[in-house]
Ligand binder design. Structure first.
Ligand code: GLN
Length: 305
Protein backbone atom coordinates (compact mmCIF):
# COMPACT_ATOMS: atom_id res chain seq x y z
CA UNK A 1 0.00 0.00 0.00
CA UNK A 2 2.78 2.43 0.98
CA UNK A 3 4.46 2.00 -2.40
CA UNK A 4 1.19 2.56 -4.24
CA UNK A 5 0.55 5.75 -2.26
CA UNK A 6 4.09 7.02 -3.03
CA UNK A 7 3.38 6.51 -6.73
CA UNK A 8 -0.01 8.21 -6.47
CA UNK A 9 1.56 11.27 -4.78
CA UNK A 10 4.40 11.41 -7.31
CA UNK A 11 1.95 11.29 -10.22
CA UNK A 12 -0.34 13.95 -8.77
CA UNK A 13 2.19 16.32 -7.18
CA UNK A 14 2.01 18.83 -10.00
CA UNK A 15 -1.77 19.04 -10.15
CA UNK A 16 -1.82 21.83 -7.54
CA UNK A 17 -0.80 24.19 -10.34
CA UNK A 18 -4.31 23.89 -11.76
CA UNK A 19 -5.90 25.31 -8.61
CA UNK A 20 -5.72 28.21 -6.17
CA UNK A 21 -5.71 28.38 -2.39
CA UNK A 22 -8.86 29.89 -0.84
CA UNK A 23 -8.43 33.61 -0.22
CA UNK A 24 -11.91 34.63 0.97
CA UNK A 25 -10.79 33.56 4.45
CA UNK A 26 -7.56 35.63 4.52
CA UNK A 27 -5.64 33.26 6.79
CA UNK A 28 -6.19 30.34 4.38
CA UNK A 29 -4.36 32.30 1.66
CA UNK A 30 -1.12 31.68 3.59
CA UNK A 31 -1.29 27.89 3.09
CA UNK A 32 1.47 26.11 1.17
CA UNK A 33 -0.28 25.60 -2.17
CA UNK A 34 1.90 22.66 -3.27
CA UNK A 35 1.46 20.52 -0.14
CA UNK A 36 0.28 17.07 -1.29
CA UNK A 37 -0.37 14.17 1.03
CA UNK A 38 -2.47 11.04 1.32
CA UNK A 39 -3.17 8.55 4.10
CA UNK A 40 -5.18 5.35 4.06
CA UNK A 41 -6.53 3.49 7.07
CA UNK A 42 -7.19 0.03 5.72
CA UNK A 43 -9.59 -1.86 7.99
CA UNK A 44 -7.51 -5.01 7.62
CA UNK A 45 -3.96 -3.64 7.60
CA UNK A 46 -3.97 -0.23 9.33
CA UNK A 47 -2.32 3.06 8.40
CA UNK A 48 -0.14 3.92 5.39
CA UNK A 49 0.72 7.34 4.08
CA UNK A 50 2.79 9.22 1.51
CA UNK A 51 3.77 12.79 0.72
CA UNK A 52 3.06 15.63 3.13
CA UNK A 53 1.43 13.57 5.86
CA UNK A 54 2.65 16.00 8.57
CA UNK A 55 1.06 18.99 6.87
CA UNK A 56 -1.68 20.45 9.10
CA UNK A 57 -4.75 22.23 7.77
CA UNK A 58 -8.18 23.19 9.04
CA UNK A 59 -11.10 20.86 8.47
CA UNK A 60 -13.42 23.57 7.12
CA UNK A 61 -16.37 21.78 5.54
CA UNK A 62 -15.09 18.32 6.42
CA UNK A 63 -16.21 19.28 9.94
CA UNK A 64 -19.81 19.26 8.69
CA UNK A 65 -19.59 15.46 8.66
CA UNK A 66 -18.68 15.57 12.35
CA UNK A 67 -21.53 17.89 13.36
CA UNK A 68 -23.98 15.92 11.21
CA UNK A 69 -22.95 12.64 12.89
CA UNK A 70 -23.34 14.32 16.28
CA UNK A 71 -26.75 15.85 15.48
CA UNK A 72 -28.09 12.56 14.08
CA UNK A 73 -26.93 10.77 17.23
CA UNK A 74 -28.25 13.41 19.65
CA UNK A 75 -31.46 14.55 17.94
CA UNK A 76 -32.41 11.70 15.59
CA UNK A 77 -32.99 11.61 11.84
CA UNK A 78 -36.50 12.96 11.99
CA UNK A 79 -35.56 16.20 13.69
CA UNK A 80 -32.44 16.76 11.56
CA UNK A 81 -34.17 16.08 8.24
CA UNK A 82 -37.16 18.18 9.04
CA UNK A 83 -34.81 21.16 9.48
CA UNK A 84 -32.56 20.45 6.46
CA UNK A 85 -33.13 18.47 3.27
CA UNK A 86 -31.09 15.56 1.91
CA UNK A 87 -30.75 16.54 -1.72
CA UNK A 88 -27.70 17.62 -3.70
CA UNK A 89 -27.51 21.11 -5.09
CA UNK A 90 -25.99 22.40 -8.31
CA UNK A 91 -25.06 25.70 -6.66
CA UNK A 92 -21.93 26.72 -4.72
CA UNK A 93 -21.69 25.76 -1.02
CA UNK A 94 -22.34 29.32 0.15
CA UNK A 95 -25.02 30.27 -2.36
CA UNK A 96 -27.84 32.45 -1.06
CA UNK A 97 -29.97 32.42 -4.20
CA UNK A 98 -31.54 28.94 -3.98
CA UNK A 99 -32.28 29.32 -0.28
CA UNK A 100 -34.39 32.36 -1.01
CA UNK A 101 -36.00 31.02 -4.18
CA UNK A 102 -37.15 27.61 -2.94
CA UNK A 103 -39.93 27.68 -0.34
CA UNK A 104 -39.96 26.66 2.48
CA UNK A 105 -36.44 28.17 2.49
CA UNK A 106 -34.95 25.13 4.16
CA UNK A 107 -31.27 24.35 3.40
CA UNK A 108 -31.16 21.63 0.73
CA UNK A 109 -28.69 19.43 2.64
CA UNK A 110 -26.56 19.43 5.80
CA UNK A 111 -23.23 19.79 3.97
CA UNK A 112 -23.70 23.23 2.42
CA UNK A 113 -22.99 26.18 4.71
CA UNK A 114 -26.62 27.07 5.46
CA UNK A 115 -27.39 23.41 6.25
CA UNK A 116 -24.41 23.03 8.56
CA UNK A 117 -25.35 26.20 10.44
CA UNK A 118 -28.88 24.85 10.98
CA UNK A 119 -27.52 21.44 12.06
CA UNK A 120 -25.36 23.15 14.70
CA UNK A 121 -28.37 25.10 15.99
CA UNK A 122 -30.23 21.82 16.63
CA UNK A 123 -27.63 20.44 19.05
CA UNK A 124 -28.99 20.25 22.58
CA UNK A 125 -26.46 22.64 24.12
CA UNK A 126 -27.36 26.31 24.49
CA UNK A 127 -23.96 27.98 24.82
CA UNK A 128 -21.53 28.17 21.91
CA UNK A 129 -18.78 26.90 24.22
CA UNK A 130 -20.67 23.70 25.12
CA UNK A 131 -21.85 23.13 21.56
CA UNK A 132 -18.31 23.48 20.33
CA UNK A 133 -16.94 21.21 23.06
CA UNK A 134 -19.36 18.50 21.91
CA UNK A 135 -18.33 18.95 18.25
CA UNK A 136 -14.60 18.85 18.99
CA UNK A 137 -15.12 15.83 21.25
CA UNK A 138 -16.89 14.07 18.37
CA UNK A 139 -14.04 15.10 16.01
CA UNK A 140 -11.55 13.55 18.47
CA UNK A 141 -13.59 10.34 18.73
CA UNK A 142 -13.91 10.02 14.97
CA UNK A 143 -10.21 10.72 14.29
CA UNK A 144 -8.97 8.67 17.25
CA UNK A 145 -7.08 11.64 18.67
CA UNK A 146 -7.12 12.69 22.34
CA UNK A 147 -8.18 16.16 21.28
CA UNK A 148 -8.55 18.18 18.09
CA UNK A 149 -7.69 21.85 18.59
CA UNK A 150 -9.00 24.99 16.92
CA UNK A 151 -6.50 26.99 14.86
CA UNK A 152 -7.17 30.38 16.47
CA UNK A 153 -5.75 32.44 13.60
CA UNK A 154 -8.03 30.76 11.04
CA UNK A 155 -11.02 30.98 13.38
CA UNK A 156 -10.53 34.73 13.95
CA UNK A 157 -9.87 35.29 10.26
CA UNK A 158 -13.16 33.64 9.25
CA UNK A 159 -15.09 35.25 12.09
CA UNK A 160 -13.85 38.66 10.98
CA UNK A 161 -14.72 38.25 7.31
CA UNK A 162 -17.67 35.90 7.04
CA UNK A 163 -20.39 38.28 5.88
CA UNK A 164 -21.76 35.64 3.51
CA UNK A 165 -22.36 33.08 6.27
CA UNK A 166 -23.88 35.79 8.44
CA UNK A 167 -26.21 36.68 5.58
CA UNK A 168 -27.26 33.02 5.24
CA UNK A 169 -27.90 32.69 8.97
CA UNK A 170 -29.85 35.94 9.34
CA UNK A 171 -31.92 35.12 6.25
CA UNK A 172 -32.78 31.73 7.77
CA UNK A 173 -33.78 33.46 10.98
CA UNK A 174 -35.98 35.91 9.09
CA UNK A 175 -38.00 33.05 7.58
CA UNK A 176 -38.24 31.22 10.91
CA UNK A 177 -35.87 28.40 9.98
CA UNK A 178 -33.06 29.15 12.43
CA UNK A 179 -33.64 29.54 16.12
CA UNK A 180 -31.37 30.62 18.95
CA UNK A 181 -28.63 33.19 19.35
CA UNK A 182 -27.43 33.64 15.76
CA UNK A 183 -24.00 35.10 16.55
CA UNK A 184 -23.44 32.33 19.08
CA UNK A 185 -24.32 29.62 16.54
CA UNK A 186 -22.08 31.27 13.93
CA UNK A 187 -19.24 31.40 16.45
CA UNK A 188 -19.48 27.63 16.95
CA UNK A 189 -19.61 27.19 13.15
CA UNK A 190 -16.41 29.22 12.62
CA UNK A 191 -14.68 27.25 15.38
CA UNK A 192 -15.69 23.86 14.02
CA UNK A 193 -14.40 24.85 10.57
CA UNK A 194 -11.05 25.76 12.17
CA UNK A 195 -10.38 22.37 13.79
CA UNK A 196 -6.87 21.44 12.74
CA UNK A 197 -5.97 17.99 11.39
CA UNK A 198 -3.62 16.02 9.13
CA UNK A 199 -4.58 13.71 6.27
CA UNK A 200 -3.95 10.78 8.64
CA UNK A 201 -6.69 12.11 10.94
CA UNK A 202 -9.10 12.31 8.01
CA UNK A 203 -8.20 8.74 7.02
CA UNK A 204 -9.23 7.52 10.49
CA UNK A 205 -12.41 9.64 10.37
CA UNK A 206 -13.24 8.05 7.02
CA UNK A 207 -12.41 4.60 8.37
CA UNK A 208 -14.75 5.12 11.34
CA UNK A 209 -17.58 5.74 8.89
CA UNK A 210 -16.41 2.88 6.64
CA UNK A 211 -16.51 0.56 9.69
CA UNK A 212 -20.13 1.43 10.41
CA UNK A 213 -19.31 3.88 13.19
CA UNK A 214 -16.62 2.01 15.14
CA UNK A 215 -13.26 3.79 15.28
CA UNK A 216 -10.65 1.21 14.16
CA UNK A 217 -7.90 2.91 16.19
CA UNK A 218 -9.64 3.13 19.57
CA UNK A 219 -12.23 0.38 19.09
CA UNK A 220 -14.90 2.77 20.33
CA UNK A 221 -18.38 2.68 18.80
CA UNK A 222 -18.62 6.40 18.04
CA UNK A 223 -21.94 6.40 16.17
CA UNK A 224 -24.50 3.72 15.35
CA UNK A 225 -24.25 1.78 12.06
CA UNK A 226 -27.38 3.57 10.89
CA UNK A 227 -25.96 7.04 11.56
CA UNK A 228 -22.72 6.00 9.80
CA UNK A 229 -24.73 4.83 6.79
CA UNK A 230 -26.80 8.02 6.61
CA UNK A 231 -23.67 10.18 6.88
CA UNK A 232 -21.89 8.16 4.17
CA UNK A 233 -24.92 8.48 1.91
CA UNK A 234 -25.16 12.25 2.33
CA UNK A 235 -21.40 12.44 1.65
CA UNK A 236 -21.88 10.40 -1.53
CA UNK A 237 -24.66 12.64 -2.83
CA UNK A 238 -23.66 16.07 -1.49
CA UNK A 239 -20.10 15.87 -0.11
CA UNK A 240 -18.32 17.55 -3.03
CA UNK A 241 -21.02 20.21 -3.47
CA UNK A 242 -21.81 20.98 -7.09
CA UNK A 243 -18.98 18.62 -8.03
CA UNK A 244 -20.67 15.63 -6.35
CA UNK A 245 -22.08 14.11 -9.54
CA UNK A 246 -18.79 14.21 -11.43
CA UNK A 247 -16.98 12.85 -8.37
CA UNK A 248 -19.45 9.95 -8.15
CA UNK A 249 -18.67 9.05 -11.76
CA UNK A 250 -14.89 9.54 -11.67
CA UNK A 251 -14.09 8.31 -8.13
CA UNK A 252 -17.30 6.68 -6.90
CA UNK A 253 -16.94 6.73 -3.12
CA UNK A 254 -18.53 8.80 -0.32
CA UNK A 255 -16.28 11.80 0.43
CA UNK A 256 -16.31 15.27 1.94
CA UNK A 257 -14.08 18.18 0.98
CA UNK A 258 -13.16 21.41 2.75
CA UNK A 259 -11.64 24.69 1.56
CA UNK A 260 -8.66 24.08 3.85
CA UNK A 261 -7.65 21.53 1.18
CA UNK A 262 -8.66 18.31 2.92
CA UNK A 263 -10.86 15.48 1.68
CA UNK A 264 -12.06 12.58 3.84
CA UNK A 265 -13.41 9.50 2.07
CA UNK A 266 -15.00 6.29 3.32
CA UNK A 267 -15.05 3.03 1.38
CA UNK A 268 -17.66 0.92 3.20
CA UNK A 269 -16.16 -2.14 4.87
CA UNK A 270 -12.71 -1.47 3.38
CA UNK A 271 -10.93 1.76 4.28
CA UNK A 272 -10.87 5.44 5.12
CA UNK A 273 -8.80 7.84 3.02
CA UNK A 274 -7.58 11.34 3.86
CA UNK A 275 -5.92 13.70 1.41
CA UNK A 276 -4.49 17.20 1.62
CA UNK A 277 -3.70 19.79 -1.03
CA UNK A 278 -4.75 23.41 -0.40
CA UNK A 279 -5.01 24.45 -4.06
CA UNK A 280 -8.71 24.24 -4.96
CA UNK A 281 -10.77 24.04 -8.12
CA UNK A 282 -13.60 26.51 -8.80
CA UNK A 283 -16.03 24.44 -6.74
CA UNK A 284 -13.82 24.52 -3.65
CA UNK A 285 -12.48 20.95 -3.93
CA UNK A 286 -8.75 20.17 -3.63
CA UNK A 287 -7.29 19.54 -7.09
CA UNK A 288 -4.50 17.30 -5.76
CA UNK A 289 -7.00 15.47 -3.56
CA UNK A 290 -9.31 14.83 -6.50
CA UNK A 291 -6.43 13.61 -8.67
CA UNK A 292 -5.11 11.26 -5.96
CA UNK A 293 -8.53 9.83 -5.14
CA UNK A 294 -9.28 9.24 -8.82
CA UNK A 295 -6.01 7.38 -9.20
CA UNK A 296 -6.38 5.33 -6.01
CA UNK A 297 -9.96 4.42 -6.79
CA UNK A 298 -8.83 3.15 -10.20
CA UNK A 299 -5.87 1.16 -8.85
CA UNK A 300 -7.76 -0.48 -5.96
CA UNK A 301 -11.18 -0.72 -7.62
CA UNK A 302 -12.84 1.24 -4.85
CA UNK A 303 -15.99 2.34 -6.68
CA UNK A 304 -19.13 1.45 -4.80
CA UNK A 305 -21.52 1.96 -7.72
N1 GLN B 1 -15.61 27.77 6.63
C1 GLN B 1 -15.93 27.69 5.24
C2 GLN B 1 -17.08 28.61 4.91
O1 GLN B 1 -17.98 28.69 5.66
C3 GLN B 1 -16.26 26.27 4.89
C4 GLN B 1 -16.61 26.09 3.43
C5 GLN B 1 -15.95 24.91 2.80
O2 GLN B 1 -15.02 24.30 3.32
N2 GLN B 1 -16.39 24.59 1.61
O3 GLN B 1 -17.13 29.25 3.89
Amino acid sequence: MKELLETVVENCRDSWRQGHVATYIPELAKARADATGIAVWDLSSGLSGAGDTDFTFTMQSVSKVVSLALALSECGEEKVFSAVGMDPLADPFNSIMRLEMDAPHRPHNPLINSGAIVVLSLLPWKESRDRMAAVSDMAARMTGRKAVAVNEAVYLSEKGTSDRNRALAWFLKSVGNLEGDIEDILDAYFRQCSLEVTCGDLAVLGATLAADGTNPVTGERVVSPRVARVVRTIMATCGMYDGSGEFAVTVGIPAKSGVGGGIAAAVPGRMGIGTCGPALDRKGNSVAGLAMLRRLSEELKLRIY
